[in-house]
Ligand binder design. Sequence first.
Ligand code: HEC
Ligand code: HEC
Length: 371
Amino acid sequence: MSRFLKLAVFAGALAALPAATLGTAQAQDADAGEKVFRKCKACHAVGEGAGNKVGPHLNDLFGRTAGMIRDFKYSNAMKAAGEGGLVWDDESIATYLINPKDMVKGTKMAFAGLKKDEDRADVIAYLKTFSAGGGEEAPATQESKAEEPEAKTEMAAAAPAVMAKDVAVPEHGVFHLGREALNEEIAAWDIDIRPDGTGLPVGRGTVAQGEPIYADNCAVCHGDFGEGTGRWPVLAGGHDTLTEERPEKTIGSYWPYLSTVYDYVRRAMPFGNARSLSDDDVYALTAYLLYLNDVVTDEDFELSNENFTDIHLPNEENFFMDDRASEPHYAEKSEPCMKDCKAEPAKITMRARVLDVTPEGEDGEGAGAIE
Ligand code: HEC
Ligand code: HEC
């Protein structure tokens, strides 16, 4: 079928759509809203035991004053909006979600916005199911404030099986500090994967399986095709840019080893919800990232611990061992200079903070709040 024909058929299908789906399209549908909420999930939790992630939890949102969840570090803009009387209800949430930065200038919610009226209505209907009284009338802000500590106790109750405090304090050493690490602690920490495949867990996943996992967990920040939304990192493309003044360093253009992709995604992504993916999910995502980078082209391609080291990234051969120690330029200087040393101890004359070279925390910090 020619491209034109395909388009024509597609347009035909669209034209037929409204008649068939009008009924559901108009209702505010909490079930549909749950799907829309996948776009928010990377940053927000809602429901029982929900805590803050990249963004604040969204329980009891309706009637809640903007910027009031204690323990969450809001932007100054959001705090000011709350102090100025912004309360979350159907209308204000809808306006915020069209384009967060339009409504609250300087907000650190790095989200492009929901452009479809229906998506906004659905996600609002969904969030309402987690608000006391369904948001029918605004509950007093005081109330939701009072509920917070309770939620915290619940979270504290879900403690790990072995707690460091259960292990005897040592008698040895000057400070009586330190103890042997528990096997559980070592296992949780020892998750590195090396280029030769050492450390890979047993598992598998295909490109096709990776696609929906990526769409749900990664695309809000990294874009549908790894192109990066806003200033979140780009994950694909950039081929042939390495010699340019501003090279685009991606998995496909720059990274030497696939093991880094698996290790990094399993260890650190999705940002704000790290270690939430299964090992098979990470195989599927790694396969999908290979696909986005044109390293594999078949959607049925399956990546597993067995074929992992067969895959080589395009830029691998441009990495080589650092042999500086054997280069004459460095070898000559191998004896450190011990002449003209200062006799008295060094004196601190100024602190970086005073010199004003350390950026202030606040808005630039955390959450990738890049303006
Ligand atoms: C990339 C991360 C990210 C995504 C995606 C995201 N948010 Fe946010 N959201 C934040 C951050 C961070 C804040 C705090 C904003 C501030 O302090 O300026 C926030 C704040 C909010 C607030 C205000 C809460 C309060 O306590 O005042 C609401 C409501 C909200 N988000 C709803 C949503 C919804 C609904 C979606 C999905 C359609 C969404 N957000 C997607 C990061 C995100
Ligand atoms: C809330 C936004 C967000 C989400 C969702 C997210 N990431 Fe990231 N990702 C980031 C940020 C921020 C960095 C850079 C972190 C840093 O440099 O410390 C990053 C870095 C990466 C990198 C390294 C990029 C590079 O070239 O340095 C990879 C690979 C990656 N993410 C994959 C994923 C995958 C796979 C998912 C989904 C499971 C995901 N990310 C979800 C924000 C996000």
